[in-house]
Ligand binder design. Structure first.
Ligand code: PAF
Length: 281
């Protein structure tokens, strides 16, 4: 495994590689990332992971400064799993002020985009830069960040990028909590409460599978349940897959339909995010 901090060195190494599978990350790697990296091996002769905490996707009051940077430990975890680690500095990725950004569809301003203005614009811009630099045949992203994955699929399709995007299943702790680099911000008490987000989503899924079609009531009950337990809710939403558009049982035919239930909520200072897929057939 080789670690490259510069674009020039990375490109020199990747020059002759034809089948590159790429896993972009912000580091502080957990089993969710490692799962993507293992999947990547099935799709490329050369597996590349990037580690870059992208300032463009953090708002001014967000955790860019305190986001865990654990390059040495991350590289130890990647040893034997990837061929190349690309770990550029901010200056390497943004040698001059970035004044060109990706303009995203309106869904980018909903859900996580409503609570984090500009987040997806910064995310999409760095993902496009990374794809242009690495030029992979396949790129892998986690399904936990469902809205991010949707927007990346749109970016790739609408800009005709020559890369196949693959989503990896969310990896969970034994109690069901979705693995996330931000879980480590949780206190012990918050950590035991954190599993309620997934339990709540599972409860909503069960309700829908058992025939509940008053989605607004289901959604409001979930928000109330979270708030009663001390969560600060950004959103709970039931959306169509794969377009993430709102779903209305009164209007839409809900047979043979893929839905996704998404939620983001804060426990103390930690914002947690999760989703579950629901297949109606
Ligand atoms: O999901 C992440 O870790 C980041 O948003 C990504 C895709 C690496 C872009 O910075």
């Amino acid at each position: 495994m080789r670690i490259f901090p510069t674009i020039a060195e990375l490109c020199a190494r990747l020059g002759n590689e034809r089948a590159v599978a790429f896993v972009p990350t912000m580091g502080n790697l957990h089993e969710g990332h490692l799962n993507l990296v293992r999947m990547a091996r099935e799709h490329g002769d050369c597996v590349v992971a990037s580690i870059f905490v992208n300032p463009l996707q953090f708002g001014p009051s967000e955790d860019f400064d305190k986001y865990p940077r654990t390059l040495e430990v991350d590289c130890a975890k990647l040893e034997g799993l990837v061929d190349v680690v690309f770990a550029p500095s901010v200056n390497e990725m943004y040698p001059a002020q970035q004044t060109i950004f990706i303009e995203l569809p309106p869904v980018a301003n909903e859900l996580c985009g409503a609570a984090r203005p500009g987040h997806f614009r910064g995310m999409a811009t760095v993902v496009l830069k990374l794809l242009n630099i690495v030029q992979p045949q396949v790129a892998l992203f986690g399904k936990k960040d469902c809205q991010q994955l949707h927007l990346i699929r749109q970016l790739v399709a609408q800009l005709n990028l020559p890369v196949r995007v693959i989503g990896g299943e969310t990896v969970r702790a034994a109690d069901g909590l979705a693995l996330s680099s931000r879980n480590q911000y949780l206190s012990a008490t918050e950590r035991s409460e954190a599993i309620f987000l997934y339990q709540m989503l599972q409860g909503m899924k069960l309700g829908i599978l058992q025939g509940e079609r008053d989605f607004e009531r289901l959604r409001q009950q979930a928000v109330e349940a979270l708030e009663t337990r001390g969560w600060l809710v950004d959103y709970v939403a039931i959306r169509n897959q794969p377009d993430l558009q709102p779903v209305s049982p009164a209007r839409d035919d809900l047979t043979q339909r893929e839905l996704v239930i998404l939620a983001a909520a804060r426990l103390g200072n930690t914002r947690l995010l999760d989703n579950v897929e629901v297949c109606l057939d």
